[in-house]
Design a protein around this ligand. Structure first.
Ligand SMILES: [Zn+2]
Length: 440
């Protein structure tokens, strides 16, 4: 383990030279970028004035109080998330597991009962009781239940109906609708692949054509758009890459151009990530973008091992990027500035009263709390099991529990869910009319 006590990057003599240069051309976005950098500089200067020895601290206790209260009580401002209630369960439970804070059994049991009410009679989970099944809250509900990880939690999930629901939104081209009659984008492929793999309901046809469809979402930038032909975006890129990893088809993507795209999304001055080219830094991309690096590291490592076999080389060539083995891949760190990201999250994204946020000046919320902490966990932990290296900025108390880069729940909870559901057989694909009476 490496505790980082040396001077922070953002207080170093070269930091100011990393600020945005507009080449004397002012645009709407260049003005916004400068404003954000100024607000970050203000935060950093204030911190430096108050701390002789910079020691960024994770406000554990404050985050814990904020999160625990959110499980029972939400303010009026969350009214707009009435169709995302399983998400709130997941964001809070995952944040708590990252902080290594146990949830009382009675609270876990109440969450199970609530999520059971969100489960649709047609399978899958809705954003709230009585609403329509949707792939996003289905992903959130299954993740939340796997974090709880009890028999009671696993038993909430009706696997046969979940499979029926997935087939009801599957499209002939391999993509998935977010809900019946809804839109298609690459989030749905990830949500479907995530819940189906965790609960062991993948049939031979469920993901037919899906990897090819996801590969078409990768564009000239290197990242993935929501559907083929759209601008590359951090959230969609994570979803596409993680889905490919689950389906074992990550090599259908141009991994090196994806790598180049994502590393260029880490901001030189801020240290955090932007979601798209020419956009502003945002704390939630600490996971959506930085979370890609563990997936890419593993995929490139596997590809490097494969390409050492000469016969395989030509098959591993896609476009102009030839993969010739990745012996140069680090055994100690991901391919992004892990310290800079930790500095951004700890110094610029924490609300002193608990909860984390997008950027200075924004308010805290459970979504940003979950994804800032998830990104912080990625930046603190390299590798897994036998090859594990920690880089903790500040005191050791800042250490979070590692997160699984594919599912974004803790690795032991993934292993436990897989072990539980693999004892059960894969349900059968049923005709859509099953269970309903078809009158002429
Ligand atoms: Zn955000």
């Amino acid at each position: 383990m490496e505790e980082v006590l040396s001077t922070l990057r953002c207080f170093g003599e070269y930091h100011k030279s990393e600020s945005f240069k507009d080449d004397n051309v002012k645009t709407e976005t260049s003005v916004e970028q400068k404003k954000v950098e100024d607000s970050i500089q203000e935060v950093l200067s204030a911190y430096q004035q108050n701390h002789k020895l910079p020691q960024p601290t994770l406000l554990r206790e404050q985050h814990y109080v904020y999160l625990k209260r959110g499980l029972r009580y939400l303010s009026d401002s969350y009214e707009c998330l009435d169709a995302s209630r399983p998400w709130l369960c997941y964001w809070i439970l995952h944040s708590l597991e990252l902080l290594d804070e146990p949830v009382p059994a009675s609270v876990s049991s109440d969450v199970c009962a609530f999520l059971a009410r969100c489960q649709s009679p047609t399978g899958g989970f809705a954003g709230g009781p009585g609403q329509q099944a949707h792939l996003a809250p289905t992903y959130a509900a299954v993740n939340a239940l796997c974090i709880i990880g009890t028999e009671e939690a696993y038993n909430v999930i009706d696997r046969q109906k979940l499979l029926d629901f997935l087939y009801s939104v599957k499209q002939p081209d391999g993509s998935f609708l977010m809900h019946v009659g809804g839109e298609v984008d690459v989030r749905s492929a990830y949500c479907a692949a995530s819940v189906a793999s965790l609960t062991h309901i993948i049939t031979p046809t469920l993901f037919e054509e899906t990897p090819g469809w996801i590969a078409r979402c990768q564009n000239w930038e290197g990242g993935l758009g929501g559907v083929p032909g759209l601008e590359a975006h951090g959230g969609y890129t994570f979803c596409g890459m993680a889905a490919m990893v689950i389906l074992g088809k990550e090599h259908m993507l141009d991994l090196k151009s994806l790598l180049r795209w994502v590393v260029c999304r880490q901001m030189r001055f801020e240290g955090g990530f932007q979601g798209r080219c020419n956009k502003l830094v945002d704390g939630c991309y600490s996971f959506w973008q930085a979370g890609l690096l563990p997936l890419l590291h593993r995929a490139l490592q596997a590809e490097g091992a494969l390409s050492r076999e000469p016969a395989d080389l030509t098959a591993r060539t896609r476009g102009s990027a030839t993969v010739t083995g990745d012996s140069a891949l680090s055994q100690r760190s991901w391919m992004f500035e892990q310290r800079a990201l930790q500095e951004y999250i700890l110094l610029c994204c924490q609300n002193p009263a608990g909860g984390l946020l997008d950027k200075p000046g924004k308010s805290r919320d459970f979504y940003h709390t979950c994804y800032c902490l998830s990104g912080l966990a990625v930046a603190q932990h390299f590798g897994s099991r036998d090859l594990h290296h920690e880089l903790i900025l500040g005191k050791d108390e800042n250490r979070l529990v590692p997160t699984h880069p594919v599912y974004n729940i803790c690795p032991e909870k993934v292993a436990q869910a897989l072990k539980h559901f693999h004892q059960l057989s894969v349900p059968m694909q049923r005709e859509p009319a099953t269970g309903t009476l078809n009158l002429p």
